[in-house]
Design a protein around this ligand. Structure first.
Ligand code: ZN
Length: 135
């Protein structure tokens, strides 16, 4: 395999919120960035919007992953995401190093990017996402 991993910089930090519309102005105030139009990801059960590097996650219903997260823990840090140029190779590399994967294969995330999650038990308790930009 000729691929050699470069660095995987931090891509975004995701925060679970009850309402994107109610939360966006706070993050706009802090960052000076403008909230993107929300996108609905039916398969993940969430609406997603970005205020700069902050991803706001709003559950479509209480019985979704983010809905249960809010129920259990309230609003707060949901996951951090690292950007990679080759998500499949990075998943293999991390799995070989003993990192427990939630997603064995990348799937479609916000903005049409490829994403995959690593299990928080392997990542110091913080749900961690890899994201490969497709644009
Ligand atoms: Zn994310």
């Amino acid at each position: 395999m000729m691929y050699s991993p470069s660095t995987n910089p931090l891509d975004h930090v995701a925060i679970a919120v009850h309402s994107i519309e109610d939360s966006a102005s706070l993050f706009e105030l802090i960052s000076g960035e403008v909230c993107s139009p929300p996108e609905t990801l039916e398969a993940q059960g969430v609406r997603v919007a970005f205020v700069g590097s902050i991803e706001l996650l709003e559950p479509l219903s209480p019985d979704t992953t983010v809905g249960r997260f809010l129920e259990r823990r309230g609003q707060g840090l949901h996951h951090i995401a690292y950007r990679t140029d080759d998500i499949s190779t990075e998943l293999s590399r991390l799995a070989a190093a003993g990192v427990h994967l939630i997603d064995e294969e990348p799937r479609l995330g916000a903005n049409g990017h490829l994403v995959a999650f690593l299990h928080p038990r392997s990542t110091a308790g913080i749900l961690t996402e890899l994201v490969q930009h497709t644009d």
